[in-house]
Design a protein around this ligand. Sequence first.
Ligand SMILES: Nc1ncnc2c1ncn2[C@@H]1O[C@H](COP(=O)(O)OP(=O)(O)OP(=O)(O)O)[C@@H](O)[C@H]1O
Ligand SMILES: [Mg+2]
Length: 354
Amino acid sequence: MNIIELQDVHVTFHERHKTVEAVRGVSLKIEQGEIFGIVGFSGAGKSTLVRTINLLERPTQGRVLIDGKDITAATGDELRKLRRNIGFVFQSFNLIDNITVGANIAFALKAGGVDKAAWHDRTVELLKLVGLDSKIDSYPSSLSGGQKQRVAIARALANNPQILLCDEATSALDLETTEEILALLKRINAEIGITIVFITHQLDVAKQIFDHVAVMEDGQIVEQGETFDVFSAPKHPTTKSLVDRYLGIAIPPQLVPSLPAGTIVELRYRGDGALEPLISDVTRQYGVSINVLHGDVEYFGPKPIGTLIVLVDGPAETLAAALNTLKTHVYSYRELDRKQLAQPARGDGQQGEE
Ligand SMILES: Nc1ncnc2c1ncn2[C@@H]1O[C@H](COP(=O)(O)OP(=O)(O)OP(=O)(O)O)[C@@H](O)[C@H]1O
Ligand SMILES: [Mg+2]
């Protein structure tokens, strides 16, 4: 069952001197109870797209369906009900600073039309869910970033929404706190079955919690599917670039001139299959030498993706065949250029991992 469906959604902004097509014809389906991720570089249109789900941004064209119902034109009561059914968590927490944590949550309950008599118990229940019931009388300013985000999550869940939208909800947090918040979201997803749509440009967030992922670039979805599949065999250049930034392991440039002769190759492989058997087979069969320069394994959910940089050298007659055998046994094969490797790393102007 698709709880969210976007059909050919466009969002165009008109500014004085120009028109920005922030979202250009996006169609996607999000299943009830899953954690769906949207990744992409800065300016890709991720926030704008997600804001159409609760009509914070109205599509200029296309349709938004929630639970199979077209809500694109919702106003008044229907819009209020829709917003109550969709919680929103932001990078910047957006808590009200001059009232207590408890009052922040009561504020959402009031907005959701909950009886005043029930506010206290429900507030305690929500704060327990995020492990912060001891902070009910504290002010947001006395909380850490992770605690503020927990309160924001509790507040977003106040009216039992079916959907939780998270826009870079962990991007302002350090690594450890990010892990805590992701674990909390995963637990909430499992316990109450809420559907989560999570935007991030951090692949280490994506790989931990997304069931499905869509990659956005220039207002469009350029690739989507199961998270491991998309990141273990990226097809679109944007996905490749995101994965490269994340999995890319570099040889220190100053070491490159002293490397022995040979072809430097980056191999990526999926699954548990270690590459040692392949490497010793190829070495034996073709009489080439293969030196491992660097290796790393990253887990996407429970599944590993390995990256290995090797230096292959041998007789001209067999070298090409040896390289070709390597190529056919990995999902990604790339010969690296020595001159480029020897240059110090440089940014290309796009926003990457923190
Ligand atoms: N209210 C607005 N008025 C005009 N242009 C806008 C507005 N909101 C967004 N844009 C433009 O739309 C494009 C997409 O912006 P959006 O914020 O959706 O990208 P994003 O993928 O969320 O980026 P980031 O990762 O930096 O948050 C950008 O070019 C942005 O400048
Ligand atoms: Mg954004």
